[in-house]
Design a protein. Structure first.
Length: 193
């Protein structure tokens, strides 16, 4: 599926292909990102899943100076995985868009909007602020990466989301350029396809 993807730093759009095709059934929701390197993308995507990316074209390596800015981002994902709001999350190579795609399934569009469209409240009462989100996006861009988002968030049926999850698990097990970051947890999200 080809969609218009936005870079929130530059505010420009370009057409990119997704690795999933949401059915717009609003049982769960999709957050989808494409990451490319702005000047060395061929090397970035070729080495992303090997040896920690030998030349340091890794988003986290290149943005270590943003450690404080990453802190609340990481806490949101850890807390959301623990409480089941984040159903599953993978990173996978997309040969057609020449990108590393982050595909996330969340329990609802309202949860996604509450986290990414306004300040997100963490368990300890602190907030992941809009300023922190903007600073992180700008810092990643200034470090050489083009991060694009699918907006608005798409709806997806539970059945289709689980089918896609198992396809990514197969890719992961085959060592086919795919990492499962957050595993589907049947206890937190009991649904059998």
């Amino acid at each position: 599926m080809i969609v218009s993807a936005i870079n929130f730093v530059t505010q420009d759009h370009c057409d990119l292909e997704t690795l999933i095709d949401p059915d717009n059934v609003n049982e769960w929701a999709v957050r989808y990102l494409w990451i490319q390197h702005r000047t060395e993308n061929s090397e970035f995507v070729a080495n992303y899943f090997t040896n920690g990316n030998s030349r340091g074209l890794n988003v986290r390596k290149r943005t270590q100076h943003l450690g404080e800015t990453w802190r609340n981002h990481n806490r949101v994902f850890d807390e959301s995985a623990a409480n089941g709001n984040l159903v599953w999350r993978v990173k996978s190579y997309n040969c057609r868009s020449q990108s590393i795609d982050y595909i996330e399934i969340w329990r609802s569009q309202e949860i996604l909007s509450g986290i990414f469209d306004k300040p997100a409240v963490l368990l300890d009462g602190n907030q992941w602020t809009d300023t922190e989100k903007s600073d992180l996006g700008r810092g990643i861009y200034d470090s050489g990466f083009d991060v694009r988002h699918l907006r608005p968030f798409a709806g997806i049926s539970r059945k289709l989301a689980i089918e896609y999850y198992w396809k990514f698990v197969e890719r992961n097990q085959a060592q086919d350029n795919c990492i499962i970051n957050t595993q589907y947890n049947k206890i937190l999200n009991p649904y059998e396809s």
